[in-house]
Write a protein that binds this ligand. Structure first.
Ligand SMILES: [Mg+2]
Length: 110
């Protein structure tokens, strides 16, 4: 069994054992922990290992959300399009995808 398949089995087991709602809230908790570590780093903390740990936690929870909402392939498709658009923008080329609404912000969406 490959590592990614083994991980997928573990993620499905976690969703079944803990339930969807608790895991959705765990995503928010882990994102908050990452946010806290990034803020600490911005204030000068030497916490790169903590940032790595929280990124791992968030990635683990996001993988579970892809399974829960059955959006893994869609996420990959959207992600690829967004990376192409970012590459175009960084290179000063016309963007290869329709612009999304910015919902009132002045910053371009990722
Ligand atoms: Mg954490």
């Amino acid at each position: 069994m490959s590592d990614s398949l083994r991980a997928s089995v573990v993620f499905r087991k976690a969703l079944n054992q803990y339930g969807a709602d608790p895991q959705v809230f765990m995503v928010m908790e882990e994102m908050s922990e990452l946010q806290k570590e990034l803020c600490k780093n911005h204030r000068g903390a030497d916490n790169v290992s903590s940032i790595a740990e929280e990124i791992a936690d968030v990635e683990i929870m996001l993988e579970q959300m892809k399974i829960l909402f059955a959006v893994g392939p869609l996420v990959e498709e959207v992600k690829a399009a967004k990376i192409r658009r970012l590459a175009d923008r960084l290179a000063g080329r016309p963007e290869s995808e329709q612009k999304e609404a910015t919902h009132g912000t002045h910053r371009k969406p990722l």
